[in-house]
Write a protein that binds this ligand. Structure first.
Ligand SMILES: [Zn+2]
Length: 664
């Protein structure tokens, strides 16, 4: 055996050491830094008051942003934003710098001074999506001063609360500086490390899946082989399967939770047994809502499957069986759509007026398109297309998995108008920027190119409904969450006879299963309607039971569904089964199959008045035959209305509740 020839390795040439000081540009080597007035990060967008160049970061009201001084004046003035902005007061300034941001870059230690200047430069360059102020800057300097450390990296921020205004950004600055020091030392983050910084996996995140977690810290997994496996599976799921970092980190957290609970029972892979998993399931079921148990333990099951395939000696039966994690049948849960009465309350102008412009428009887009909230915040500024006199909306269908898909749906001119108003709002709010999003985040968003946070809109809408004190159909407080608007629109479309495949296209559902969920809900609506409304009358005013004795309720429901699919009349229902031809179209009032109910009373009253008028007119003109036809209609309508009256409970007042009718 001959040894491989030795390669000659050249001696390492000494690399000139780079330090933090080398990274700082001259303009930041100053003791007092005055940012340029067009810098969105250190100066901020200007105050909305005409002629005021101070940063408008103090107060945000509707589409206007105010500097501290105009903010105070606005609050004292008790005017609307529009009124105030017509002729805003001129604020006398003592010096040219009054109210303008200025940043103190001095420090007694050279290390601290270097870090402050580097941070200032990074902020100026837009490394953090922050609008800074002198006040926040001084709070950061106080964090340095209160510790005895020279470098922010060495300060334990959890031990040192510091002024609250600085804590959040100090953490980000700390990570930035730690990264910088690592890079200066020639070290790049690696997937073999135990702590992954965001920049290691940021490339796997799609812009529309939300910001990936700031870091993934695997040190919480104490057992070495489990930690190693978690890192491998996490990397593989992001890189190969295209799963977003947020979802992957959710899986790792479930592993951490499981390991913390199992404690010393988890020493080697064989300890992951069916018995241990079942015990963990029971523990979860006792302490958590079913949906959370299902979601979380599915993550764990997936992890174990990956680990087994990856070669860990985990027993094949160590898993959860189909159905064990299952949530209850969707239909057993209370329906998630809003009924007409609930929608009417949500849409009532008085309630809408309690939302600010931004959130009201967000609500309207969700309400009338049924899109997901994540799609809403990622609507492009120019998302409306006008073609052939009609309006269309382009948006991205987003889910956790896979890349978002672009999708175009028709919208009403009214909604197009709402969007136009929102575009104006964005232009007013960020006058100097080229707009990216239709609903950008309003805070900490100096350039407007960060979309609103889903949670912010969610919370605002939930709080709004709570504040309005709305009532659900059952008289309880209305339980609102925005995704219910999506279910509502789907259910409405199905109810109005839009074919299921068209609804599927509209929602961009990959499979018909999701859409059939709405169709099932339709049965649920119908059933509720039938249970509630009960009886109807025919043309002679005779009572017709909707759920007649002797016929299974399901059969009655099926008949109802078939006849509704066939024909919806302006004044009632056609009772002829769909399989049969109508013998006399357009003459429902003389047809025995015609039935109607209380809901049509206003139409019937109007119809009676019109028939009466026509009959009188015909009589005056001497058209006896025409008069008779109309009088027959009047008589039929009289009988129907009397029949409807008879269905009402004796002491019914105008607010009667249909459910009482059923009980009577
Ligand atoms: Zn101002």
């Amino acid at each position: 055996m001959s040894a491989a020839p030795l390669r000659v390795v050249p001696a390492a040439t000494p690399v000139p050491r780079t330090t933090i000081a080398d990274l700082i540009r001259d303009e930041f080597e100053v003791d007092l830094y005055l940012p340029p007035r067009d810098n969105a990060y250190l100066y901020g967008p200007h105050c909305s008051a005409r002629g005021c160049e101070r940063p408008g970061n103090e107060l945000i009201v509707d589409h206007a942003r105010f500097c501290q001084r105009h903010g105070q004046r606005f609050q004292q003035a008790k005017l609307t934003v529009e009124e105030f902005l017509v002729d805003p007061p001129v604020i006398a300034a003592r010096t040219e710098l009054t109210g303008l941001p200025r940043y103190d870059l001095t420090a007694s230690s050279a290390v601290t001074r270097g870090e402050l200047r580097l941070l200032m430069q990074a902020m100026h360059d837009g490394a953090f999506s922050l609008t800074f102020s002198s006040k926040r800057w001084n709070a950061l300097r106080a964090v340095y001063a209160q510790s005895e450390q020279e470098s922010l990296v060495d300060i334990d921020l959890s031990r040192q609360p510091g002024p609250r205004v600085a804590t959040g950004s100090a953490k980000r600055f700390q990570r930035f500086l730690a990264d910088t020091y690592e890079r200066l030392a020639g070290r790049e983050p690696s997937r073999h490390d135990d702590v992954w910084p965001r920049r290691l996996y940021a490339c796997f995140a799609h812009e529309m899946q939300g910001r990936p977690p700031t870091q993934m810290d695997f040190r919480a997994i104490g057992v070495p082989w489990l930690r190693q496996t978690a890192k491998e599976i996490a990397w593989q799921r992001m890189g190969v399967e295209g799963i977003s970092p947020g979802v992957v980190w959710g899986m790792v957290r479930e592993v951490i939770r499981f390991q913390d609970w199992a404690g010393e029972r988890l020493v080697s892979p064989v300890d992951i047994s069916r018995a241990l998993l079942v015990e963990w399931l029971l523990h979860n079921k006792a302490t958590r809502p079913p949906r959370a148990v299902s979601q979380r333990l599915s993550c764990l099951r997936l992890f174990i499957e990956h680990a087994r395939v990856g070669g860990l000696a985990i027993s094949p039966d160590a898993t959860y069986l189909p159905g064990e994690l299952g949530i209850r049948d969707e239909l057993e849960r209370p329906p998630k759509y809003f009924d007409d009465r609930e929608l009417a309350q949500l849409d009532a102008p008085a309630n809408q007026a309690r939302l600010n412009d931004f959130n009201r428009r967000a609500y309207q887009v969700l309400r009338h398109t049924g899109m997901r909230q994540r799609s809403l915040v990622h609507l492009r500024f120019d998302c409306v297309v006008e073609a052939g006199g009609a309006f269309y909306l382009r948006f991205f269908n987003t889910k956790h998995r896979g890349a978002p898909k672009e999708h175009t749906i028709p919208i009403s001119p009214d909604l197009a108008e709402v969007i136009r108003a929102q575009q104006q709002w964005v232009r007013f709010f960020w006058p100097a920027q080229e707009p990216t999003w239709l609903f950008p985040a309003r805070n900490s968003n100096p350039t407007g190119n960060r979309p609103a946070h889903v949670g912010a809109i969610y919370n605002a809408l939930v709080k709004w409904v709570k504040g309005c004190g709305l009532e659900a159909g059952d008289g309880q407080e209305l339980h609102f969450w925005p995704h219910r608007l999506r279910h509502t629109l789907g259910t409405q479309m199905i109810n109005e006879g839009v074919p299921q495949h068209a609804v599927q296209d509209y929602y961009g559902h990959a499979s018909p299963e999701m859409t059939s969920h709405y169709a099932k809900l339709q049965d649920h609506t119908l059933r509720r309607e039938l249970d509630g409304f009960l009886d109807r009358v025919n043309r002679r005013g005779e009572r017709i039971e909707v759920l007649p004795a002797g016929v299974p309720a399901d059969a009655a429901l099926l008949k109802e569904r078939l006849s509704r699919a066939k024909q919806t009349l302006p004044n009632g229902y056609c009772g002829i089964p769909v399989q049969q031809q109508c013998p006399h179209p357009n003459a429902c009032l003389s047809c025995d199959a015609f039935v109607t109910d209380e809901a049509f009373r206003p139409v019937l009253l109007e119809q009676r008045a019109r028939a009466q008028q026509l009959a009188e007119g015909a009589q005056a003109d001497g058209h006896e035959r025409l008069a008779q036809i109309n009088l027959a209609d009047v008589a039929a309508l009289e009988a129907i209305l009397t029949g409807l009256d008879d269905l009402l409970p004796a002491e019914a007042d105008e607010h009667f509740d249909v459910r009482e009718l059923g009980a009577a």
